[in-house]
Design a protein around this ligand. Structure first.
Ligand code: C2E
Ligand code: CA
Ligand code: CA
Length: 746
């Protein structure tokens, strides 16, 4: 979820940045082009002014040159000889680089520097004009001899007031002036013109496509209200100014500036394309720059987001993912549980919290190694995940424990579903096809109360523990029966101390007998709780509770003292003694003074230690082999004998047994039950007995109920039998009677 929002946010951010930059670029571009066109306008205005001023100066110079020629022609006799005049004119013409230089007398006869003579080369009106203004320039006209476009300049000859002494004139090609115009161009772009006040183009650079501005006006589109007409009006008023127009699809600026002579104008034109080009280049450059910045920023942002995502992913994994199976861990489960549960509630579907545990997983680890153990966990996890339906959850909550949230439309169906699911998930086979004997046990809490999650877990766990107590049962519900059980436990806990003081706990003795003769050779002390209100409670009901709350420590010592008291009495009464086994919970082993206390207690009763046999259960033994070895050695040192209880009930390793010096091994009744009608199992039991015997321990078979069992067990070498076939646990008096009978068979 955070992934997409992160990317979305980044995307929006980049988009926003791009938009801002694009808008900025457009604004900037507008600004720049406006600025540029303003600059261009100013430039073109100054170009036309320069052109105007330069050209006026140029014309002024031409007139000055002609005036000085005129002055020199006033010397006496200068005009007498035409031949000499032509020579003089030619000389002047060459030094002043005119095309032709000439003199036109008052009668209109024009003598040219090339020796030619023409009448009225300059018309009488124009001669008058020259006298009136001190100079005259023609418009564009054809050269008299070459036919080329020329300009004609003339100045009056100096003469007394009211007289006309003719004019000095010169001609120059338009091409000559074009070159001057060329010098006044912006970056070599655009064009320059000299026009007259009617708009006729006199000189143009480059060569004009039009000879009259009127034609330009007709062909072009004017903008910004600065119509061509207005320009004409301004020109008519001899004002300077500028205009813009579009010709043949190209926009231009035009600026005009009045010349000093002939009411002519300098006109400079610059196509805005060159301005736009520059603006565009600038714009492009800035755009590329901005885009590069955006791209770099965007990449940076993406990189940061990626890093952030990776680290939050890693954090998530650390907090919410089970590293082994890659699925949810307990944290994640708890987190998702409330939402998933709420969804079920909303739909009106009951739901259950199910705890699944692999039975004897420790054995898998010990026998097959941790790697194989990990494989088992992964496979079971995957199998459970595969069973989940819509809205359901599954996680590994601890070592070999999984939690499920399952829909429960129907209680019986859910029980069946969990059974089937546990069977399927427990079917673990290795790659080589060898299958491990895996089994799962499940506790189901059908959520019927709004309690905190840990209480639900507790309840599922209690249900699991109950299922576990009943061999062969896969799942159990936490329900009424369960609550009753808990009530009983509570009652047990609240009454146990008093019961001990009141003597409600009684010692019973169950004989351990010779298979052949049935003679009682030893016994086991078993506790019985005789409650005044509820009658006899079996040890299976209260011993586990006492194991949990530690009361078993007191009870065991009580049973030890009861046993010692019996032995002491028998001794005093000179009765034959038999060794008696006393059960000790694993909790004693944690007490370093345990053995010392045992010995002291036995000594208090003056009972020889050899009459006592300490029964320690198998699960205790394999919990901590080193400690066990110490305890056994310690007990031996004090002269006690030691028996391993319930061998075969849990997970038994002969390897470990080899290192522990038990005097006696007690085969568990469940273990024997498995041999019933199972020849292969019987073979295994037989093999085991052989091996145990070879280690030097006695073997007591527990729970012998039938003759067949007895025959089989004695056949394979078991030493003693403890079971209903021979005797039930008996109150001490009855036991004594039996001992007596055994000794003196009637
Ligand atoms: P355990 O030590 O394995 O004791 C043997 C149990 O098997 C006894 O159950 C006995 O009555 C029963 N049993 C003997 N022969 C047969 C038979 O042929 N068939 C069947 N079905 N059962 C047979 P009990 O007395 O109910 O004791 C149950 C367990 O309670 C004992 O198992 C032992 O683990 C525990 N326990 C009993 N007394 C004490 C005690 O004083 N201290 C401790 N820590 N645990 C005790
Ligand atoms: Ca026992
Ligand atoms: Ca036992």
């Amino acid at each position: 979820m955070y992934k997409t929002t992160g990317f979305k946010r980044a995307f929006v951010l980049i988009l926003a940045a791009a938009t801002v930059v694009a808008a900025g670029s457009v604004l900037y571009w507008k600004q720049v082009s406006q600025r540029l066109s303003q600059d261009a306008r100013m430039a073109i205005v100054s170009v036309s002014r320069e052109l105007g001023e330069n050209f006026s100066q140029l014309l002024g110079t031409e007139f000055q040159v002609l005036s000085s020629v005129g002055v020199s022609l006033t010397r006496p006799g200068a005009l007498k000889d035409t031949q000499a005049l032509v020579v003089y004119l030619d000389k002047q013409n060459k030094s002043n680089s005119f095309t032709l230089t000439g003199y036109q007398d008052a009668k209109g006869k024009a003598v040219f520097s090339n020796g030619k003579v023409l009448p009225d080369f300059i018309s009488p009106e124009n001669v008058d004009y020259a006298y009136k203004h001190g100079h005259y320039i023609s418009g564009r006209r054809k050269g008299p001899f070459t036919g080329k476009d020329i300009l004609v300049f003339a100045v009056p000859m100096p003469a007394p007031e009211g007289e006309k002494a003719g004019v000095v004139f010169a001609t120059q090609t338009l091409d000559f002036y074009s070159a001057t115009l060329a010098a006044n161009l912006l970056h070599g772009e655009g064009s320059s013109f000299i026009i007259d006040k009617e708009g006729n183009i006199i000189i143009a650079y480059p060569r004009a496509a039009y000879d009259n501005l009127q034609k330009v006006a007709e062909a072009s589109v004017f903008d910004r209200g600065r119509s061509f007409l207005r320009m004409q009006q301004e020109i008519a008023r001899r004002e300077r100014g500028w205009t813009g127009y579009t010709l043949k699809g190209e926009h231009r600026f035009a600026s005009f500036y009045p010349l000093q002579y002939n009411e002519w104008y300098a006109l400079s034109v610059l196509p805005t394309r060159s301005v736009a080009d520059r603006a565009q280049t600038l714009m492009l450059m800035s755009l590329v720059l901005c885009l590069s910045i955006i791209i770099v920023l965007g990449l940076l942002l993406l990189f940061i987001l990626r890093m952030q995502r990776q680290s939050s992913k890693a954090l998530y994994r650390m907090g919410f993912v089970d590293p082994l199976t890659g699925t949810d861990n307990l944290n994640a489960f708890r987190f998702k549980f409330s939402r998933a549960a709420a969804a079920f509630k909303e739909k009106g579907i009951p739901y259950a919290l199910v705890l699944v545990n692999i039975n004897r997983f420790k054995a898998v680890n010990d026998i097959y190694g941790f790697e194989q153990g990990d494989q088992v966990l992964k496979q079971v996890s995957a199998a459970l995940q595969a069973e989940m339906q819509e809205g359901e959850l599954c996680c590994r909550s601890g070592a070999d424990t999984f939690l499920l949230l399952l829909a429960c439309p129907n209680r019986t169906e859910l029980g069946r579903r969990v059974d089937a699911l546990a069977l399927r998930a427990g079917r673990y086979c290795q790659t080589d096809g060898q299958c491990l004997p895996l089994s799962l046990t499940c506790g189901i809490y059908l959520v019927d109360e709004d309690v905190p999650f840990y209480i639900m877990m507790d309840r599922a766990n209690l249900a699991w523990a109950s299922a576990k107590q009943h061999a062969g049962q896969i799942c159990a519900f936490y329900d009424e029966e369960f609550r009753r059980q808990i009530v009983i436990e509570k009652r047990i806990e609240s009454t146990m101390d008093q019961a001990l003081n009141n003597g409600e706990f009684k010692i019973y003795l169950q004989p351990k007998c010779d298979f052949k003769t049935g003679q009682t050779l030893s016994a086991e002390a078993l506790v019985r709780w005789q409650q005044p209100e509820h009658g006899m409670i079996p040890p299976d009901q209260f011993i586990p509770v006492f194991e949990k709350n530690g009361f078993v420590l007191k009870l065991d010592m009580f049973m030890l003292r009861e046993t010692l008291a019996l032995l002491k009495r028998w001794k005093e009464e000179n009765k034959a003694l038999v060794p008696i086994g006393v059960n000790f919970s694993r909790l004693h082993l944690e007490d370093p003074r345990f053995i010392e206390v045992l010995a002291q207690t036995a000594d208090q009763y003056g009972v020889e230690h050899r009459w006592l046999e300490m029964e320690l259960t198998e699960s205790v033994v394999f919990g901590n082999v080193d400690l066990m070895k110490q305890v056994i050695d310690g007990l031996h040192e004090k002269g006690f004998s030691v028996a391993m209880d319930d061998f075969g009930a849990g997970y038994s390793s002969l390897n470990v047994l080899k290192n522990l010096d038990f005097d006696c091994i007690k085969l568990d009744k469940e273990f024997l039950a498995r041999g019933e009608g199972n020849p292969r199992m019987r073979q295994i039991i037989s093999g085991l007995v052989q091996m145990i015997k070879s280690l030097g321990s006695h073997i007591v078979a527990e729970g012998v109920e039938t003759k067949e069992q007895a025959e089989f067990l004695s056949g394979i070498g078991c030493d003693l039998a403890q079971g209903y076939l021979f005797s039930r646990p008996l109150p001490p008096q009855e036991f004594e009677k039996r001992l007596q009978e055994d000794k003196n068979p009637s």
